[in-house]
Write a protein that binds this ligand. Structure first.
Ligand SMILES: Nc1ncnc2c1ncn2[C@@H]1O[C@H](COP(=O)(O)OP(=O)(O)OP(=O)(O)O)[C@@H](O)[C@H]1O
Ligand SMILES: [Mg+2]
Length: 320
């Protein structure tokens, strides 16, 4: 026999004159899918004389479904025999719905971030291909034309010869620039050789360009993982190094790539100025935000720590 307070009856839409033993006003209210579990918890409490806590879905008289949290205990008579269970009931429907909505929103956010990263990467690939095929080929043709002209310098006056030389030099510079942009757009080696060699290349290029000593430590054994996750780590290291060059005034930087059993971790640690008060959250660049988006899309973890005057450490972990 189930009995309930007036409040509980009101919560469940049970008319106050319905006698306790009616089937509608009993454990029958519990949804069939949950009933066995609830009865097992109650039976256990009766057998052990212990307290219990459970959550269950119930169908109210009005036909709506609610989620109830019930906590109670077994009551014994003088002889130590359990004679009844008492408990309180809390309607947690709204709370659970909000939690579910929050989880859904988090899932959607991760899906969105992943999509964003995918779109960004495919856009970069398209740009790289266009740049390579359209501009690159024109530059090659231009070079051939200029070379032919240069072989006929006798027909040109001094000023024209000078301009021709200048044009050839400009062409070389432009080709180099485009190569640099292409390397940035699609990290060379990542697809063919994997993260380790691509990371080494990024670190060496950084050192050459900035003259800041950078060393790469590799721990564990390299293996291939999800391509987008590999790209995420590489891009995060690229941006962290960009930040070192732009903001840190560091005398050296150490990059660690470690292959762990549950994922891949990178760390970029510099001994520079640290992120000042203008760094976060006031001054808003896109670098740190994009790092977070990439890590979110990969389902990984990002941690940025900084001590003013001592340096900054960016750590990222992706599963795989
Ligand atoms: N390694 C670092 N050393 C010192 N300060 C840093 C470092 N990394 C980031 N910061 C600080 O944090 C701020 C935010 O970095 P973030 O990369 O988000 O933006 P940004 O580099 O200024 O601009 P963007 O990356 O969009 O070109 C920077 O402006 C800088 O003040
Ligand atoms: Mg930046």
């Amino acid at each position: 026999v189930a009995r309930g307070s007036r409040g509980l009856r009101r919560m469940l839409g049970v008319p106050s004159d319905l006698p306790p033993q009616t089937p509608e006003w009993s454990l029958d209210m519990i949804l069939p899918e949950d009933r066995e579990r609830v009865l097992a918890v109650m039976k256990h409490s009766i057998e052990e004389g212990s307290s219990y806590e459970l959550e269950t879905r119930v169908a109210t008289q009005g036909g709506a479904q609610r989620i109830m949290f019930i906590a109670g205990e077994a009551v014994k008579n003088g002889a130590g025999r359990v004679v009844k269970l008492i408990g309180t009931c809390l309607d947690v429907t709204e709370q659970r719905r909000r939690e579910e909505a929050l989880c859904d929103a988090a899932d959607q956010l991760q899906a969105l971030s992943r999509r964003l990263v995918e779109v960004q990467e495919s856009e970069r690939r398209r740009l790289a291909a266009d740049l390579h095929d359209r501009v690159g080929q024109n530059l090659t043709a231009l070079g051939i034309n200029l070379d032919i002209l240069a072989s006929r310098t006798k027909a040109l006056d001094a000023d024209a010869t000078h301009r021709l030389r200048d044009s050839l030099a400009l062409l070389d510079q432009t080709a180099l620039c485009i190569e640099g942009v292409l390397d940035d757009l699609r990290p060379p080696m990542l697809d063919d050789l994997g993260l380790g060699p691509a990371m080494r290349w990024v670190v060496e290029e950084f050192s050459k360009r900035t003259e800041i000593p950078a060393r790469l430590l590799v721990q564990g054994t390299e293996r291939r993982t999800d391509r987008l996750n590999e790209i995420a780590l590489l891009r995060i290291v690229q941006e962290a190094l960009n930040n070192v060059a732009k903001h840190a005034r560091a005398s050296e930087v150490t990059i660690t790539l470690s292959w762990q059993s549950d994922g891949v971790r990178v760390e970029v640690a510099d001994d520079g100025a640290g992120i000042g008060r203008d760094g976060s959250p006031g001054r808003r660049g896109f670098g740190l935000i994009t790092m977070r988006e990439r890590i979110q899309a990969a389902g990984g973890l990002l941690d940025v720590q900084s001590v003013p005057g001592k340096g900054t450490r960016v750590r990222a972990l992706v599963p795989g």
